[in-house]
Design a protein around this ligand. Structure first.
Ligand SMILES: Cc1ncc(COP(=O)(O)O)c(C=O)c1O
Length: 475
């Protein structure tokens, strides 16, 4: 075939040329999107109830952002960070450090293209910091199980998600994991319902101290955690005492605290950064997803003054870099997205809408498989269980969260499913995380479609639910 014939390739050829996530699934082809609505090439419409993958925080079709992208593409589409700085990268850096917690006020921003790249950058930055400051034995990254930090090998090594790790185990670094402060299934061993208290959260945090002792404090360089665990656990919010205790432990042992805000960052939970709900200052912040709201690939590592200052004072060099770090068009999109969010007061909107949003979510507890409803701002998780009294999960063969997501899809609603978080194979949740710009009428529509999906789901798993209730009552 001549290159000139490429435009006439058959649809079948095109479909067979693309490497999909799942070869067994049929995917619609997106045609257009506007606000919170997506249309596919067959004319079907979908209400985006999860902002893609908790990315398109500002909805689709924001002209201020697409105009900024066009302007930057026309003027200076590329600049390599070894040769030039760019105005959008500088402007966005300044805005990010100004809304971050106080320790970042004199900090610096390192841009990358996606969350995994940014997590890799943060881990390497932590290691390089200790090389700069003459503590070269520090090399271990501690993290939480369940948790998710990305798909690349370094980020996956720090990820507490067995399903995603399993095929790659032999090529990952050994994990150094502690339990997440997962309130619905607290690890404390107290009676169910008697453990929703600060003491349990402190015990979870203290696990980190034990694990540090085990590894040898002078070998540990960083602890990375999601302030609210997203994809791996469905918006699990730790207790009020948890993050302060983690911060104190990190400080006591000279370990850097990296807050992975790839999903929670930039307003999703009703504050610029979710860690601000706990009034805690990390050493490094990682953001991605919502940073350019899906208009361009963009992520960032925000280094506190302490971290950035060490590089400045010592070698002056962070031995790291991607070709597309600080891409001017991506940064222009991020800058326009940031300004749009601030000008339209969207973080406050999320904060003020939380109560109403969660009231609607709580109402879903009328469905017999809804075990837990959790989250913050516009980041919600619903855990599905076979038995709400015993919290018994569904059998993994049922693929309950995927089943519910498929049923929602049939109703024209996108939700974000997750599974395998309890012991590596069981546990189901879905996440509901609409764009911040969703209107009240659209929220009504979202919940109408979700309830319909839950009706079909309840019907489909009826025999499972009945079997579990009868076994509980000894029938
Ligand atoms: C908390 C967190 N960190 C890192 C990542 C990886 O981001 P990406 O998929 O953009 O590489 C994700 C993605 O879901 C995430 O939720």
């Amino acid at each position: 075939m001549q290159v000139s014939d490429a435009g006439s390739l058959s649809e079948q050829h095109l479909m067979n040329s693309f490497f999909p996530r799942n070869f067994k699934k049929n995917y619609p082809v997106i045609k257009s999107a506007d606000g919170i609505w997506i249309t596919d090439e067959d004319g079907n419409q979908y209400l985006d109830g999860c902002s893609g993958a908790i990315v398109t925080n500002l909805g689709y079709g924001v002209k201020e952002i697409t105009d900024a992208i066009a302007r930057q593409s026309e003027t200076a589409p590329f600049a390599h960070t070894s040769q030039f700085l760019s105005r959008p990268a500088l402007d966005l850096s300044g805005r990010l450090t100004s809304i971050a917690p106080p320790s970042f006020n004199l900090g610096r921003v390192y841009f990358a293209s996606g969350g995994s790249e940014a997590v890799e950058t943060a881990i390497k930055m932590a290691r390089a910091y200790f090389v700069e400051t003459d503590e070269p034995t520090r090399n271990i990254v501690m993290s939480c199980w369940p948790g998710y930090h990305g798909a690349t090998l370094g980020a996956l090594s720090a990820t507490g998600h067995p399903v995603r790790r399993k095929p790659y185990m032999p090529i990952l670094r050994p994990p150094a994991l502690v339990h997440t402060d997962y309130r619905y299934r607290c690890q404390c061993g107290h009676r169910p319902g008697a453990c929703y208290n600060d003491r349990c959260s402190l015990e979870r945090a203290d696990e980190l101290e034990e694990a540090i002792q085990l590894q040898g404090p002078s070998n540990v360089m960083a602890f990375i955690g999601e302030p609210i665990v997203g994809a791996a656990l469905g918006a699990a919010v730790p207790g009020a005492t948890y993050w302060k205790r983690v911060r104190d432990i990190c400080t006591r042992y000279g370990i850097l605290f990296i807050a992975d805000e790839v999903m929670t960052g930039l307003g999703r939970t009703g504050k610029p950064f979710a860690i601000q709900h706990w009034q805690v200052d990390p050493d490094i912040l990682v953001v991605g997803k919502g940073l350019a709201a899906g208009y361009q690939p963009l992520s960032a590592v925000i280094a506190s003054a302490k971290i950035a200052g060490a590089f400045e004072r010592h070698s002056g060099v962070f031995e790291h870099g991607f070709t597309y770090s600080g891409h001017p068009v991506s940064c222009a999109a991020g800058l326009a997205a940031f300004d749009y969010m601030i000008e339209n007061d969207l973080i406050r909107k999320v904060e003020q809408s939380e109560e109403k949003f969660f009231k609607r979510l709580e109402a879903l507890r009328k469905f017999p498989a809804v075990g837990d409803v959790r989250g913050k701002g516009f980041m919600a998780g619903i855990e599905l269980v076979r038995d709400i009294k015993t919290k018994e999960p569904f059998s993994p063969s049922l693929r309950a969260s995927q089943m519910l997501a498929n049923l929602a899809f049939e109703e024209g609603l996108l939700v974000y499913p997750g599974s395998g978080f309890i012991n590596g194979s069981v546990g189901d949740h879905i996440m509901i995380a609409p764009p911040f710009v969703i209107t009240d009428e659209e929220l009504d529509e979202l919940f109408a479609r979700l309830e319909q999906a839950f009706n079909h789901f309840t019907e489909s798993v009826k025999s499972e639910l009945e079997a579990s209730a009868s076994s509980r009552y000894g029938e």
